[in-house]
Design a protein around this ligand. Structure first.
Ligand SMILES: Cc1ncc(COP(=O)(O)O)c(C=O)c1O
Length: 442
């Protein structure tokens, strides 16, 4: 029998999650042993830690549910993959193979889409800053340009002159949909007439013409009525523009914003209860188009859903590197992944699961990352059994916005693996090293 390690005895006041009629929190453990049938401990052994893991099967399942919800209600709907949500090449390719266009918000993302073989006409170019050189390339390649502001509109007028063409554009609008905070930074406001004035300016100048109206009302929107209002306002503006300028708006774009099954901080009911279904979102949008459509033709409908499609298909596996006892008696764990990899931990409470059941009573614990920064806290207070060095913890859902916003700060950005539909695992991004981090430094 191996000798047990000595640990200084302490007395802990357990001041939360007391035993109730549902049992004792001292024994309960949240455990996830596998992802798509593959043992988590084996994945870490083989591919390293920390590591992001994506499941192609889960990505495709979610996509099909949302796409069917819309396409079974509406004849002409297209999804455009929101690159910033996750722009790993292999992830984008999965969405393109499923039929998604690309939705990009910078020249970098635009170039990424082009490098993946997406044609200009299948790229929606959003964002508040599109450098003129890149805007011009996108125009020449036939991208769908969504105008954000008057400076950009002016650039487009100049580009139209330079190329001696009239440019088809869409306009991004913002509006009150009853959600807080209102996303009014992007595009032109609907209620105060800025949107209409900008469109009028387009027609007065005659260098661009409007083919689409777009609004992305926010993210993690739990109220489907917000989409009803957004669709109604877009349809009203469409009708007004078509009448006034005798033109046809080919498409409307409701952006993204559908929630994932993540737990937003401050919302105390579980995601299972508060997050609308794909059918709820689809019903709100498509019913409103039918209700307000006054022209003979229905507009094409684009959606730029990000978070809802990928969040739950992404996991972060991290290992315990050490533990200590803080002066207040709390157990502190040092993990090899921290806020450098979990940007969204500011807003969401993740599921934190052990790779198997461990012996011993739970005690109040804190999970810290590897950064030498006091803010590197993943979870301040949770009940955990004693975990030794090397124990693996799964953090989820982390598929949306975490990899793309992961910082190369203090530590290298980790590898990412994909479990494909046949259960095969492969790296889709290797761990960074000094050469990749330094390669442009002089
Ligand atoms: C213009 C635009 N479209 C789509 C998205 C994707 O949003 P979500 O991930 O909430 O679906 C965003 C994200 O902020 C966005 O800015």
């Amino acid at each position: 029998m191996s000798k047990l390690k000595y640990e200084i005895p302490t007395i802990n006041k357990i001041d939360f999650a007391m035993a109730s009629k549902y049992g004792s929190p001292l024994k309960s453990q949240r455990v996830r042993t596998e992802i798509d049938g593959l043992k988590i401990s084996e994945l870490v052994k083989e591919y390293g830690s920390p590591i992001f893991v994506f499941s192609q099967r889960q990505i495709e399942e979610k996509y099909n549910i949302l796409y069917n919800a819309f396409s079974s209600r509406y004849p002409d709907v297209k999804f455009a993959w929101s690159y910033k949500t996750n722009y790993l090449n292999e992830i984008c390719k999965i969405y393109h193979d499923l039929g998604s266009l690309s939705e990009v918000v910078s020249e970098f993302e635009y170039q990424k889409a082009r490098a993946l073989g997406v044609e200009g006409k299948d790229i929606i170019f959003n964002g508040p800053y599109k450098p003129k050189v890149d805007l011009k390339i996108a125009v020449q390649e036939g991208a769908k340009i969504h105008v954000d502001n008057l400076f950009e509109l002016n650039d487009l007028h100049e580009i139209a002159d330079e190329l001696n063409i009239k440019i088809p554009v869409a306009i991004r609008i913002n509006m009150d949909t009853g959600t807080y905070p209102q996303w009014s930074r992007f595009g032109f406001n609907y209620e105060n007439g800025d949107a209409f004035e900008a469109i009028k300016h387009m027609y007065d100048t005659g260098k661009v013409y409007l083919v689409g109206i777009h609004s992305h009302i926010g993210t993690f929107i739990l109220d489907t009525n917000a989409y009803r209002l957004a669709t109604m306002k877009i349809m009203q503006l469409k009708e007004e523009v078509e009448k006034k300028f005798n033109s046809e708006i080919e498409y409307i774009d409701l952006g993204g914003g559908f929630a994932s099954k993540s737990n937003l901080k401050g919302i105390y009911q579980s995601a299972e209860v508060v997050v609308p279904t794909a059918d709820d979102y689809a019903e709100a949008i498509t019913n409103t188009i039918y209700e307000f459509n006054k022209s003979k033709k229905l507009p094409k409908l684009y959606l730029e859903t990000g978070r809802h499609l990928i969040d739950e298909a992404g996991y972060l596996l991290t290992s315990v590197c050490g533990h200590k006892r803080f002066p207040d008696g709390k157990k502190g764990y040092i993990l090899d992944a921290g806020v450098n990899l979990l940007y969204t931990s500011t807003w969401y409470n993740f599921n934190i699961e052990l790779d198997k059941r461990y012996e011993g009573d739970n005690e109040p614990s804190m999970l810290n990352g590897p950064l030498c920064m006091n803010i590197d806290v993943i979870e301040e207070n949770l009940m955990l059994p004693p975990l030794d060095r090397g124990r693996v913890i799964t953090i989820s859902p982390v598929g949306a916005y975490n990899y793309t916003q992961a910082m190369q700060f203090i530590r290298y950005k980790p590898a990412v693996i994909l479990i494909d539909k046949s259960g095969e695992v492969r790296y889709i991004k290797e761990v960074d090293d000094l050469a990749t981090v330094n390669y442009k430094e002089v």
